[in-house]
Design a protein around this ligand. Structure first.
Ligand code: SF4
Length: 390
């Protein structure tokens, strides 16, 4: 199933919001916070919750690049949010640095290990590289623990483990170039310059994967990669307890409560790792059970939070989650863009109008539907329609 529908083409912005360069959405400004090393101290996390409550709508998103998004910030209160982030040490010197410092770090790092050391060096190198003008979505992954966990996360340049070796990988390539903890950051910047020098961002946009599909990575990239570990589930890890956020969002109040238990590490899986936590009490909207059916649903902001959304999505996701067959993913998308799950899913509902969805089997949000114009109430009344004939 991959024939595109004739739905309106959603707008592609080509850049991501930041704190200094927020994006207007249906519920106000979205202020995205790129936390250094993907970690927040308890004090920082509680202060972010307070900023959300005082200046936003009290809702915080966790993005697929492990960034936090404060929602519902008004133009008038943006300056106060910036001042608050500055006080917390969470602000870059300018919007260009913020955009360039796009690093996704494995949440399972330990202080002083290869991932931690490389990420710190890469942060410093990117902060200093003022000449490096990369496309807005261009990003780096640092994943040098015992086994890579982030191979399925979007990135342009990857630094990942393969046995005893650390490899630098241009996204899309099946091989990489051996580097060391000491050389990895500079080598990553050299690869970013190779991307620019070889026309990777001809009109200021472009991704590494598109470039490596057109031409081979540099000759030194000849070492084979290893395979990725499966995506982890909520539960205990060596670094603390992993918990999932219902559909990637949490209230500010619940976020502050979570931080009572320890510093927080942000992950790209809509999960937060609570450092050193043992037994967590129930927190509203926080999923502790790896068998919770809500983990089988991917859902975007939808209406009214997204300006492009054609229908609300989250209440429907909550209602349909228990009806998703085990092992399958249901993707509910507010429009054909499919932000929450860009790839195919067993079941996809794409909003086409207020309260109306197309059902796609084994495809993406923009693919040809199996059944058109299903109302949300019909889906709730007869959820078996999701799997009939699939
Ligand atoms: S997929 Fe969802 S979040 Fe993305 S643009 Fe469409 S409605 Fe908005």
């Amino acid at each position: 199933m991959n024939t595109q529908t004739s739905q309106p083409i959603p707008k592609v912005y080509g850049w991501c919001p930041g704190a200094l360069r927020p994006m207007m959405s249906g519920d106000g400004l979205v202020v995205r916070i790129r936390t250094p090393l993907g970690r927040l101290s308890q004090k920082q996390a509680k202060a972010i919750a307070a900023l959300s409550q005082h200046h936003g709508n009290g809702l915080i998103d966790l993005s697929a690049r492990a960034n936090l998004q404060l929602r519902g910030i008004s133009s008038q209160s943006h300056a106060a949010v910036i001042a608050g982030l500055q006080d917390l040490g969470l602000l870059d010197q300018d919007a260009a640095t913020e955009s360039r410092r796009n690093i996704l770090l494995t949440p399972f790092w330990q202080p002083g290990d290869a991932s931690h050391s490389i990420a710190r060096s890469l942060e410093r190198a990117l902060n200093a590289a003022e000449d490096l003008v990369l496309p807005g979505k261009f990003g780096f992954v640092v994943d040098a623990g015992a086994q890579p966990h982030l191979q399925n996360c979007a990135a342009d340049i990857r630094i990942e483990r393969c046995g005893d070796t650390i490899l630098l990988v241009a996204d899309g390539a099946q091989t990489g170039c051996p580097v060391t903890v000491e050389t990895a950051a500079e080598a990553a910047l050299d690869l970013a310059r190779w991307f620019l020098d070889h026309g990777g961002a001809a009109q200021g946009r472009g991704r590494m994967q598109a470039l490596t599909a057109r031409r081979a990575a540099p000759l030194s990239h000849s070492s084979p990669r290893s395979s990725s570990a499966p995506q982890p589930s909520p539960g205990m890890t060596a670094s603390g307890q992993l918990v999932a956020l219902e559909f990637g969002q949490i209230t500010a109040e619940a976020f502050a409560t979570l931080a009572d238990n320890g510093p927080l590490r942000l992950t790209p899986w809509r999960m937060i790792l609570v450092e050193d936590a043992q037994e967590l009490a129930t927190v509203p909207g926080v999923i502790l059970d790896a068998a919770d059916p809500r983990l089988q649903v991917r859902v975007c902001t939808g209406a009214p939070g997204c300006l492009q959304a054609r229908a609300a999505t989250r209440d429907l996701a909550r209602d349909l989650a228990p009806r998703v067959p085990k092992g399958q993913i249901l993707h509910i998308s507010g429009c054909a863009k499919g932000c929450a799950h860009p790839g195919p899913a067993a079941l996809t509902l794409t909003a086409t109008a207020t309260d109306t969805f197309d059902l796609i089997h084994h495809g993406k949000a923009s693919d040809q539907p199996s059944i058109e114009t299903l109302s949300a109430s019909a889906l709730r009344a007869a959820p078996d329609i999701l799997t009939e004939g699939s």
